[in-house]
Design a protein around this ligand. Structure first.
Ligand code: SF4
Length: 356
């Protein structure tokens, strides 16, 4: 399966998470998970605002105990984004979360208390008109399936998710999203390939779970999810980081933009610096990147270390700066429009970006 020739995600059913379409012909949806204590409604709402500003489209909130339901209800009522309830171990909490305004439920039927309990959750989701994500993780596989020696781990993950999906569909519940995550990149990739082949009609939530801190987590997630997205697998993604969830959203958009799937805000081109560099280019590039985070225009912005190669190497940039000895030349579509000293480079570049 390669490139855009065969796009399983385009063949999936479409489900609605609040007002956000997921699957079918909808663009890949960017999501994250809140990490403020569940009982702190105001704190969660502040984090949702920050995530929404960064481009998050769907947000997930853990509801670990019944006494968090009141806070969850407040968050659902006030959130500008659809809120997914993340539930483990308790069908009763899942049912109550649906009634409190969840836009989707995320459950792992393996730990929700047996299939009879799952039935009651399906009924609650049906009654409130919301979809369910069946989320299978390598760390919480059904014991019988986990013990099988005739299947690889990706096959076990896909089989587990497929079994639950079949169970739901046999009961007439088709408003489903599936995930089958592992912390190992290629296990995750192989599990999703199998799921996509076996259940091409169900939208997939893709992610590498417990991917790590920012540096490792972004590399693991981007390599695994990049493979899947290029193969047309995945209707929504989460990049899991041991970090501020806003960075998860920035990483999602950077990945989608690098794959030419979706673009939000500028893309930065910056050179790696070399012996010709005569300014603090790494500091300049970091500052430009931070200030571009508040710009929504889909521009290509170059920050280059030398005048000789700068504009030439960044010819396809809309705007940029090529630096010399303690100075910089701001260029627009390859033509120099301003020359400024080093300390004014970032301000001058941002001023010119404002005008575009
Ligand atoms: Fe070196 Fe200039 Fe290339 Fe930057 S743009 S790596 S300074 S040659």
């Amino acid at each position: 399966m390669t490139g855009n020739i065969d796009k399983p995600s385009a063949k999936t059913r479409q489900v609605m998470v609040g007002n956000v379409a997921l699957g079918g012909t909808a663009p890949v949806v960017v999501q994250s998970m809140l990490n403020v204590p569940a009982e702190d409604a105001e704190g969660n709402l502040r984090q949702i605002e920050a995530l929404a500003e960064a481009g998050c489209e769907v947000v997930r909130m853990a509801v670990p105990r019944k006494d968090c339901l009141h806070s969850f209800e407040t968050v659902c009522a006030k959130s500008p984004l659809p809120v997914v309830a993340d539930i483990h171990f308790s069908a009763d909490i899942a049912i109550a979360a649906a009634e409190c305004g969840a836009a989707k439920l995320r459950i792992n039927p393996g730990n929700i208390g047996g299939l009879a309990k799952t039935d009651a959750v399906l009924d609650a989701a049906r009654a409130t008109g919301i979809p369910i994500r069946i989320g299978v993780n390598a760390g919480s596989l059904d014991a019988e399936l986990a013990a099988r020696t005739d299947l690889t781990l990706p096959e076990k993950l896909a089989e587990s998710a497929a079994q639950y999906a079949r169970y739901c569909e046999e009961r007439g519940f088709t408003d489903l999203v599936l995930s089958a995550k592992a912390h190992d990149v290629m296990t995750t990739v192989r599990a999703y390939r199998l799921l996509s082949q076996r259940l091409p009609h169900i939208p997939l939530h893709i992610g590498v779970t417990e991917a790590g801190t920012q540096f490792q987590g972004i590399i693991k997630s981007a390599s695994g999810l990049g493979i899947l997205l290029e193969e047309g697998i995945g209707s929504t993604l989460r990049i899991s980081l041991t970090d501020d969830p806003v960075n998860e959203i920035r990483a999602c958009w950077t990945l989608l933009s690098a794959l030419d799937l979706r673009r939000r805000g500028p893309e930065m081109i910056s050179c790696p610096t070399c012996g010709r560099t005569q300014v603090n280019l790494i500091g300049l590039a970091d500052e430009v990147e931070a200030r571009l985070a508040r710009v929504e225009k889909p521009l290509k912005v170059a920050v280059m270390g030398c005048v000789v190669n700068g504009p030439g190497e960044a010819r396809d940039a809309d705007i940029g700066v090529a630096c010399g000895a303690g100075s910089g030349a701001v260029f627009l579509h390859g033509e120099v429009i301003r020359k400024v000293p080093e300390e004014e480079i970032v301000d001058a570049l941002m001023e010119e970006i404002e005008k575009l």
